[in-house]
Design a protein around this ligand. Structure first.
Ligand code: ZN
Length: 548
């Protein structure tokens, strides 16, 4: 690349393919290896990609054609151009609870973290989401979903916070309004104080669709409906959620068949497998995608294929939790649509979408041999596959005329990658290369491996503080009016988790930001105050993961 990589497109111009087949462009990336993932799966050792406004107008081999001579030429030699990656499963808020329960199974991990998540609020979610989205962008992601299912009563507008974060970072966003209504007292896994009433869920989900969903072509924001899982949601809520999604014309998502524990739970409570359970509720269909699906039997795979139900494969999260390895080869051979997801950052501290592309290829080969998945096939799962799960395959996921200008440009001429014969293998199986440029809707989000839409250091600091204060809140910490003595920490015995001893104390931060010790509020940032709070809240039997 030459001195300035930024095309700085206007982003407002309409596509401009002319009747004669010639096209115009505001800029052209030239001299790069191009993996198009177009219907012919064309790959050009040296080619170009032309962009006009929000759309790709051409991608082809060789030098830039004369008809595009008027467009700004951007030398992309030494780089590989791919479609922007599409993330199909995430929980952005979990960025604030990374590094907890690192050796636990899914059910153990959830049991430890549910009470902590019960203390999130809009500011914590905003800080965590912005960090998670910023890091996603750095890993080549241009479109992401989010599955948010924890809505504390005093938490404020947490879904709105994720939407604002995505707009700030500049990613195409498919948030889902999640839910849990099956608490511990009625046979579910989550504690009762993090679940909602079914009527509240349906009302809030309907409101979220009306407030945020943009079905127009090129949309940057589309809502989905996503009750959490068979072990945290009632049969009634699963059924009503599907009805609401279908009557509203939005897509439907949940976790399924993630662990052997879930198989046991479904056998005990429903007398069938997780896939059979969802099938019995009329859930499966081409408008549905399911996270994980590690423990599907042949019959389950056949039902997903027959119904067009998609799978969000999250290999690193499955490995981190010891859940197993998804049967991706069998799913693909059966014709099941498969995309990739990083899953929440609390079950996958990396949260790198390029990392998931690599893991998908390596895990498939580890269990199925070296031909179980090619590098290009793994990249296709992370692009076109994800686009299909989100219902956007006509707009994103490949580099071809008429698609939205969501493009990743990877630099492959530096020490770790230079000289690797196959650039796609270098990207998928080699070390993560620098991201020279990331365009979303024709706009620059990453330039020379730095996100340009936000201040990365400020984002990191806010996320760190959000994580610290969430830990304090989970231990029963609360704010106090400015000038008053701090309150004594509550002494509430916990029946659930000895590592979070005061989680039953209830939400405790103040509602008036002028008097709030919230991490992102006016008083919390003072180190002496934080140090004081930490001292006060340190339990006598400190053995848990409280604020360090
Ligand atoms: Zn998940």
């Amino acid at each position: 690349m030459t001195s300035s990589v930024s095309p700085r497109p206007s982003g407002d111009d309409p596509p401009s393919t002319t009747a004669g087949g010639a096209s115009s462009a505001s800029f052209v990336l030239s001299g790069c290896h191009v993996l198009t993932l177009n219907p012919q799966r064309d790959e050009y050792a040296s080619g170009y990609v032309a962009v006009d406004g929000t759309q790709i107008t051409e991608a082809g081999p060789g030098p830039v054609p004369e008809r595009l001579a008027g467009a700004r030429q951007i030398d992309a030699s030494g780089c590989l151009a791919t479609p922007g990656l599409v993330n199909t499963h995430h929980h952005l808020y979990q960025w604030a609870t990374r590094g907890r329960a690192v050796d636990a199974t899914l059910f153990g991990w959830l049991t430890e973290l549910y009470p902590v998540w019960a203390r999130i609020d809009a500011e914590i979610v905003r800080a965590a989401s912005t960090a998670a989205l910023t890091w996603l962008a750095r890993s080549g992601c241009t479109t992401t979903m989010d599955h948010h299912y924890v809505f504390p009563r005093a938490g404020g507008d947490v879904l709105g916070a994720t939407v604002e974060s995505a707009a700030e970072v500049g990613l195409r966003f498919h948030p889902t309004r999640g839910s849990m209504d099956l608490g511990e007292s009625t046979g579910g896994l989550p504690p009762d104080d993090v679940v909602e009433h079914i009527d509240a869920v349906i009302g809030a989900t309907q409101a979220a669709i009306e407030r945020f969903h943009d079905p127009s072509p090129g949309s940057m924001l589309r809502i989905g409906v996503a009750p959490c899982s068979p072990f945290s949601v009632t049969r009634e809520l699963l059924t009503e959620s599907a009805a609401l999604a279908r009557s509203s014309g939005v897509r439907l998502h949940t976790h399924l068949a993630e662990t052997a524990d879930e198989d046991d739970y479904c056998a005990e409570h429903f007398g069938c497998t997780p896939a059979e359970y969802l099938d019995s509720l009329g859930w499966l269909g081409g408008d549905v995608w399911l996270a994980h699906c590690v423990h599907l039997d042949d019959a389950g795979i056949a039902r997903l294929a027959a119904t067009g139900t998609g799978v969000a494969h999250c290999p690193d999260s499955n490995a981190r939790l010891g859940a197993g390895i998804c049967r991706t080869r069998a799913l693909l051979d059966a014709g099941v649509p498969v995309g990739l997801g990083v899953d929440g950052a609390a079950s996958n501290e990396a949260s790198s979408l390029l990392g998931e592309v690599s893991a998908a290829a390596r895990f498939a080969r580890a269990v199925g041999g070296p031909q179980a998945m090619t590098a290009a096939e793994a990249l296709e799962l992370g692009t076109l596959g994800g686009a299909r799960l989100l219902g956007r395959e006509a707009e994103i996921g490949s580099l071809e005329a008429g698609k939205l200008a969501d493009i990743a440009l990877w630099r492959l001429d530096r020490l770790p990658q230079a000289g690797i014969a196959d650039p796609v293998a270098a990207l998928v199986l080699g070390p993560p290369p620098p991201l020279e440029l990331l365009l979303v809707n024709g706009q620059v989000v990453v330039e020379r491996d730095r996100v340009v839409t936000v201040d990365e250091q400020r984002v990191a600091e806010s996320a760190r503080r959000a994580g610290e204060v969430l830990a304090v809140l989970a231990r029963g910490g609360r704010c106090w009016p400015r000038g008053d003595d701090p309150p004594r920490p509550p002494r509430v015995p916990s029946a659930r988790a000895d590592r979070w001893p005061a989680v039953a104390a209830g939400p405790a931060f103040g509602q008036d930001p002028a008097f709030c010790c919230h991490p992102l509020g006016p008083t919390f940032g003072r180190p002496s105050r934080l140090a004081r709070l930490r001292r006060i809240l340190a339990p006598a039997d400190a053995g848990g993961p409280g604020p360090e």
